[in-house]
Structures are given as structure tokens and as C-alpha cells.
Design a protein around this ligand. Structure first.
Ligand SMILES: Cc1ncc(C[n+]2csc(CCOP(=O)(O)OP(=O)(O)O)c2C)c(N)n1
Length: 559
């Protein structure tokens, strides 16, 4: 050793929780959403002390989990931290939503320490029955993998859970007993390889698809949200470009690909909306589904008709061509293969996509549905992140023609009202350089409105629209008697919320006429500050799709 130099100090081994955080960092997680609690302090201490991972406190765990969901929709993956029992159970509905919607969220939760568990002690946040594995059991059906971490298992369990979350694009659950979390790791493991395709199955699937497309006189593509979840927007676009095929989009898949391109023909919503699109799609000799979920709200209340023998269904890890299934074919591989092999068609797209039409109403005119939706559509700019809530407003906006680069987000399958407000916050954290536009009904907003305070806390500048139509309009349209009291709400002064929630300097307005709305939109276009606009309409001012659902209750509920 040279004189004067200090002896090499052996770095202390990482603790269990540090190990997990380090690995989450390497897969791209730089923020953890959550609410603190004593059993989870070791996790939270490690987060605030770590470099490269930031703590993002939320108002409650449900909101934190929705925020993580919104973050993951933009960023690919997200993390959430809750405390034992009370915290994790508050988040579980949102985790179930992430499961349904294929959103990978790493749920890190604290637990009482091992001696407390071994003694079956009656401690806070338990049911008082000395049982400590109950909450993990409750979590299990809504995650694709779970583990209670120890120094011995942490390395390989972390690799397993990362691999599972990325394979299924679904949440995982990681519990840390408080004492164990801070013990040094005693294990090592290598990251697992991403899944690969079976070469023979891949070859057979691509032969079958190329053949079916070759024979098809007419064909089109339905690109879907599962491709987005797998980060495969670009490969889907490359396939569209190479094939020359037109594409349509289903409700929950909106903005999978840019809408301002010649190949886009419009929204396909079964028999409910654009008849020309339905006719074309359903008349095609071959329809290529790429990452589609055929749910009620994606299929226009099950009024779409896609003949299995004429469809190709590409999922994350398998392909179906007609009635034949090709297992172990990765979506990424089949898209690459098809892009190379497909014969390009040079045909004019059969349909020009519809837009919401011209802006109607002015001055003191009331804000009708015809006045509202074209104005909102016109407000959206390229690269906006548009977060839309379950309810009549998303049903209106889904039929706007979006500018390129704009992404539309909606919790179409799980459909929990209250998701959109915190999800918009999470999306804004994930992409602080993009404008986030939140459109929510006031009924939904009442569930999670406190999270508006977090935007300001982090200096984020969203544009928030709260549609106030005096109640749960979509429910009025679906239930037996629209005027039943269960669809009424307490009337809040929505536009005063930002002030009460500490959002100083925001532009706020309550608009009841087209003229006021236009003024507010003008102000909100100035990007120097956040905006929160309460848009007041008549009680039954519903978007066309919401009206159609009203008329299609029978097929929606399979009666
Ligand atoms: C967590 C949860 N609770 C209840 C429902 C049932 N539900 C679906 S839509 C809706 C009303 C939405 O009302 P609002 O946000 O005001 O939008 P509108 O339809 O009036 O535009 C309700 C209560 C749900 N989907 N999720």
C-alpha cells in the first residue's frame, strides 16, 4: 500500500430493501408512490436515503396506487409503497385494476417484525387474531406473483418477481417484515432472460399469417392496448407501414397508433357508432388483432362481430390464426417477422376517419354535448397525455380525432371511478415535460379529488376539466329510473377546490355558457400555469356513445 493512501473499505452489503430498490431502479423506476406507516419505515427510510429513487407522497393509498398505475402507463413500470394491513388494503382495489388492465406495479408493503409475528402478538393494523399472512393472501388473486422477502431469498425472488411482472404486465406484491428489511442480503442472482419464442412455432405462425393475408382480398388491423403495455407501439407501426393495411381502433385501444396518418380509418365500436367502419372491418377477409381485449366496452356492448376463422389474434405470448393456436410466440418476434415478410398492399384507405365535427354554440348558449366535445377535441395538442375517466366524458372524447403523439388513457376494463384524477398525477410525474389533460365527471372526481393537491406540490401544471352534470349521468342512462336518488350527488364548489387544496396560482373557472367556456379554454392554453375548469352542463347532456349505451342496455348486460 502506498503511504498516505487509505485502506480499501469493504462496502457494507446491501440490505434486503436496498437490494430490491436497486433492482427496481435498473428497470427504470425512479419514483415510488405511497403513504408512510411505521411497519413500512424501513422501506421508506431506504427510499429517502437512496440516490436515484424519489419518494412521492400521496393523500391515501388508493390514490397512490392509481398514481402508480398512471405512471406505469407512461413509463412502463411503477412502484407503490404502503404500510401493513390498513395501507395495503386501501390500495388493493387499484391493484386489482392494474391487474385487469395489464399495468405492472411493484407493490412494496411493510410487515411487523419476525418476533412479533412468531409471538402472534396483538398489534395495531392486524385483525387481533395473531395471524400475519392474511393480507398477502388477500393480495394474491390480484397480482401475478408475490413474495415475503428474507435475506436468503431476496436476490432470486426479486428476479422472479421482475420477470413475472414484465412477462404478464401485471402487478406483483413484495412484503418486507420490518426487521428483515434492514438485514444484509445473503443471496445472489442474475436477472432472468426475457421470454423467447419457440422458433418452429414462430415460423409456423408467421407462415400461416402471411398466407392468410396473401389470400385475403381485403384486410385490416385492430391495434390494441396490450401492444402498448408491452412497449411495442413502434413495431406495430412498422408492421402497418410494411403491410400497407388500414387500421381501426377500439375504445380502450385509442391512440395505440397516431390517428393522423393515412392508414387510420376511425373508431370501431360494433354497431353502436361509426357504421362505415363497422361495415368495412367486419367485411374484411382477414382482420389482424394485435393486443386486443374483446370486452363489453371495447365491442360496443358486444355488438361487434369478428368471425374467428377470418381473424388473426396476436397476444403477448401466443398467436391464433383462424382456429389454430401457436403457443410460445412472443408479440415482439411475430411483429418483426411479419414486418419483414408481409407483401405490401398499395391501396387507398377505404374510409376517412370521422372527427367530432365543427364547434357549435357561442355566447350565452348553454353547453350542450354538441358544444362540449368538439371544443375539448379542439383543445388537445400534439403529445398531450389525455387521461379520461369512466363516464360520459370519455365516451365523448374517444371519438375525437387526436393530434399525432397524443396518448389517450382510460381504465376501460376495470372501470373504477376515481381512477383518472390520481392516474393523471402519476402520468404527470412520469412525463413532466408533456402536458397532462385530465377529463373527469364530477361524480368520479369526488372519490379522489384530494390528489389534485399533489400536482401543485410538485410544480406540475395539468389542465383539469371537471364535467358537472349534476350527478352520475352514465348511471342515469343505464338504470331503470334515471331520477332515482342514488345517482344524485352533493353539489361541491369544484372550482374552489384547487385553492382549498393549496394550489396557488392556478387558473380556475366555473363555466356555464359557451362564451365562458371559450374564454376559459383560451386562458388554459397559456402554458404558464395549471388550469382547473368546472364545466356545467344540463343534467342529461350526454355524448352520443353514452346515448347509444342507453339504447343498448340489453346487449351490454347480455339479457
Ligand atoms: C369505484 C366505482 N364505484 C362505482 C362505480 C359505478 N359507476 C360507474 S360510472 C358512475 C358515475 C360516473 O359519474 P360522473 O363521474 O359524474 O360522470 P358522468 O357519467 O356523469 O359524466 C358510477 C357511480 C364504478 N364504476 N366504480
Amino acid at each position: 500500500m502506498r503511504q498516505g493512501s487509505t485502506p480499501a473499505v469493504k462496502a457494507a452489503p446491501k440490505t434486503v430493501v436496498q437490494h430490491v430498490l436497486e433492482r427496481l431502479k435498473t428497470i427504470g423506476i425512479s419514483e415510488v408512490f405511497g403513504v408512510a406507516g411505521d411497519f413500512a419505515f424501513p422501506i421508506e427510510d431506504a427510499i429517502v436515503k437512496s440516490s436515484g429513487i424519489e419518494w412521492v407522497g400521496c393523500c391515501n393509498e388508493l390514490n397512490a396506487a392509481y398514481a402508480a398505475d398512471g405512471y406505469a402507463r407512461i413509463h412502463g413500470v411503477a412502484a407503490l409503497n404502503t404500510t401493513y394491513g390498513v395501507g395495503e388494503l386501501s390500495a388493493i382495489g387499484a391493484i386489482a385494476g392494474a391487474y385487469a388492465e395489464h399495468v405492472p406495479v411493484f407493490h412494496l408493503t411493510g410487515m411487523p417484525n419476525m418476533p412479533t409475528q412468531a409471538a402472534h402478538a396483538v398489534v395495531h393494523h392486524t385483525l387481533g387474531n395473531g395471524e400475519f399472512d392474511l393480507f398477502r393472501k388477500m393480495a394474491e388473486p390480484v397480482v401475478c406473483a408475490s413474495a415475503i422477502l428474507t435475506p436468503q431469498n431476496v436476490a432470486h425472488e426479486t428476479e422472479r418477481l421482475i420477470a413475472e411482472a414484465l412477462y404478464h404486465r401485471r402487478p406483483v406484491y413484495m412484503a418486507f417484515p420490518a426487521d428483515v428489511a434492514e438485514q444484509p442480503t445473503l443471496s445472489k442472482a442474475q436477472p432472468l432472460d426475457p421470454p423467447t419464442s419457440d422458433p418452429a412455432s414462430l415460423q409456423e405462425a408467421s407462415d400461416a399469417i402471411v398466407e392468410m393475408l396473401k389470400k385475403a382480398r381485403t384486410a385490416c388491423v385492430l391495434p390494441g392496448v396490450l401492444a402498448v403495455r408491452a412497449g411495442l407501439r413502434q413495431p406495430v407501426q412498422s408492421f402497418i407501414d410494411a403491410s400497407g393495411l388500414p387500421f381501426a381502433t377500439m375504445f380502450g385501444d385509442k391512440s395505440t397508433l397516431d390517428e393522423r396518418q393515412p392508414a387510420y380509418i376511425g373508431m370501431y365500436d360494433g354497431r353502436l357508432m361509426d357504421e362505415a367502419v363497422r361495415e368495412f372491418v367486419e367485411s374484411c377477409d382477414c382482420v389482424v388483432l394485435i393486443g386486443i381485449l374483446l370486452s363489453d366496452f371495447n365491442t360496443g356492448a358486444f355488438t361487434s362481430h369478428l368471425d374467428q376463422e377470418r381473424t388473426i389474434d396476436i397476444r403477448h405470448h401466443r398467436v391464433r390464426v383462424g382456429s389454430r393456436v401457436y403457443p410460445n410466440v412472443q408479440m415482439t418476434d411475430i411483429l418483426a417477422e411479419l414486418t419483414l415478410r408481409v407483401t405490401k398492399r398499395h391501396q387507398e384507405p377505404p374510409i376517412r376517419p370521422a372527427s367530432l365535427g365543427p364547434i357549435k354554440g357561442a355566447g350565452s348558449d348553454p353547453i350542450t354535448a354538441e358544444a362540449l366535445y368538439p371544443r375539448w377535441a379542439n383543445f388537445i395538442e400534439p403529445n398531450d397525455i389525455l387521461i379520461t375517466e369512466t363516464g360520459t366524458s370519455s365516451m365523448g372524447l374517444a371519438f375525437s380525432l387526436l393530434p399525432n403523439g397524443t396518448t389517450f388513457h382510460n381504465q376501460t376494463l376495470w372501470g373504477a371511478i376515481g381512477w383518472a384524477t390520481p392516474a393523471a398525477f402519476g402520468a404527470a410525474v412520469a412525463a413532466p415535460d408533456r402536458r397532462v389533460v385530465l377529463v373527469t365527471g364530477e361524480g368520479s372526481h369526488q372519490l379522489t379529488a384530494q390528489e389534485v393537491s399533489q400536482f401543485c406540490r410538485r410544480g406540475l401544471k395539468p389542465v383539469v376539466f371537471v364535467l358537472n352534470n349534476s350527478g352520475y349521468l352514465i348511471e342515469r342512462l343505464l338504470c331503470k329510473n334515471p331520477d332515482f336518488a342514488y345517482n344524485d350527488l352533493a353539489q361541491w364548489r369544484y372550482s374552489e377546490l384547487p385553492h382549498a387544496l393549496g394550489c396557488d396560482g392556478w387558473f380556475t373557472a366555473r363555466v356555464t355558457t359557451c362564451g365562458e367556456f371559450d374564454e376559459a379554454l383560451k386562458a388554459a392554453r397559456q402554458k404558464d400555469r395549471a388550469a382547473y375548469i368546472e364545466v356545467v352542463t344540463e343534467k342529461y347532456a350526454a355524448s352520443p356513445l353514452a346515448q347509444k349505451y342507453h339504447e343498448s342496455v340489453a346487449t351490454l348486460y347480455h339479457q
